[in-house]
Write a protein that binds this ligand. Structure first.
Ligand code: SF4
Length: 373
């Protein structure tokens, strides 16, 4: 398999903070956005050279689309000058329905961006309001149309599961609205994080309990399947094989460089990150002096944990190539009981979790790997 790497650029700005969100972002300001663009350009310029081809770039956040086309294209151009960007490089932009213009989308598409991921979350206005989102369901639908008009043919939308008031019907409404018009859907369960307004208000009291959350997840999986979406990861679904190349890199334990406060990297066998400190990042002459070492990464245990999130699971021939010294016989033994309970599938080529296994993925994966040392 040819090695390549991905580039993640964190854009730490949002119009307003959603009450459940734990991602690092501050309110958008024009002058900060200019300074931030300069800092990212410095970071790209000062980054270590790499011989590997760069085949995915992901602008995440925050709300990257708020930066406007000129700033985003300047960052992309800098990446093209610095690295060997492949001709088919996947270039994703995260966007919010309330924050995009057709003019910017057209410029970005013409400039080479080829994938867009929109934070829709729900197709029911009342639920969007509860989540503190600034857009309506109608605006979300329009935003997909705008992307299409601008020429994007790889559009993803997010669906949030297990939110207050969510029912099977609201999931069906979402799927019927968006499945016919997008190529990819990410369906994540809401997690009420400490330190967020939702956490302080103990919103978990109003969220579906574990059993109901499982029902809602299964409803989404079934609905998406019926609409022609293949589940390729616990929370990710695609039509026509349009998997997210960049995110698949995370689950395949392959290398990526993350730029910006709160951005993580897996680089030369090490996990590294930048602190959640915008001011420090803006003022650093060479932002890489702020790059923190987290841990060694990429051993078999970590690889297996990540790969088992994918429907393709752990492929034995890939393991043998990547970890020639690892004896996998313990897996078959561990899998026996799990297969009986329809949580795991195993054959001579691979081992993978079933949809039922995905529901309790943490404990199933732990169970499978606990005998590995
Ligand atoms: S727009 Fe996205 S990143 Fe920004 S606060 Fe809301 S959920 Fe978080």
């Amino acid at each position: 398999m040819m090695r390549s790497f991905g580039l993640y650029i964190h854009i730490p700005f949002c119009r307003a903070k959603c009450p459940y969100c734990d991602f690092y972002s501050v309110p958008f300001q024009d002058d900060l956005a200019d300074r931030y663009t300069e800092a990212v350009l410095r970071a790209i310029h000062c980054a270590a050279d790499s011989e590997l081809p760069l085949d995915s770039i992901y602008f995440g956040g925050g709300t990257p689309v708020l930066m406007g086309a000129e700033r985003l294209l300047a960052m992309y151009d800098a990446a093209k000058k610095k690295f060997s960007v492949t001709a088919d490089c996947e270039i994703t932009l995260e966007a919010n329905p309330a924050a995009m213009t057709l003019e910017d989308l057209c410029k970005l598409r013409q400039g080479g961006f080829n994938r867009i991921s929109i934070g829709v979350q729900s197709a029911v206005d009342e639920q969007l309001k509860t989540l503190g989102r600034l857009h309506s369901a109608a605006q979300a639908r329009e935003s997909v149309e705008l992307c299409r008009i601008a020429g994007f043919d790889n559009i993803s939308v997010d669906l949030m599961l297990a939110t207050p008031g969510q029912t099977e019907d609201s999931i069906r409404t979402f799927c019927h609205t968006f499945c016919p018009v997008v190529e990819h859907i990410s369906a994540y369960l809401l997690k009420v994080e400490e330190g967020t307004p939702f956490g302080r208000r103990h919103m978990e009291r109003f969220c579906p309990d574990e059993e109901r959350s499982a029902d809602l997840y299964l409803c989404a999986v079934n609905e998406l399947k019926q609409q022609g979406f293949e589940q390729y990861e616990i929370s990710n679904f695609a039509k026509d094989g349009k998997y997210s190349r960049h995110n698949t890199r995370y689950w395949d334990c392959s290398e990526y460089l993350g730029i910006g406060p709160a951005a993580h990297s897996f680089w030369n066998g090490e996990r590294r990150y930048f602190e959640r400190d915008l001011e420090a990042f803006l003022s650093a002459e060479n932002p890489w002096t702020l790059w923190q070492f987290d841990d060694k990464g990429g051993d078999f245990f970590e690889y297996a944990m990540l790969r088992l999130r994918l429907s393709a699971g752990l492929i034995f021939s890939d393991c043998a190539e990547r970890y020639p010294g690892v004896d996998l016989s313990f897996l078959r033994q561990q899998a026996e009981q799990l297969v009986k309970h329809d949580l795991v599938f195993i054959d001579e080529n691979h081992i993978a979790l079933t949809v039922k296994g995905f529901l309790v993925s943490n404990s199933v994966i732990w169970n499978l790997l606990e005998q590995y040392d």
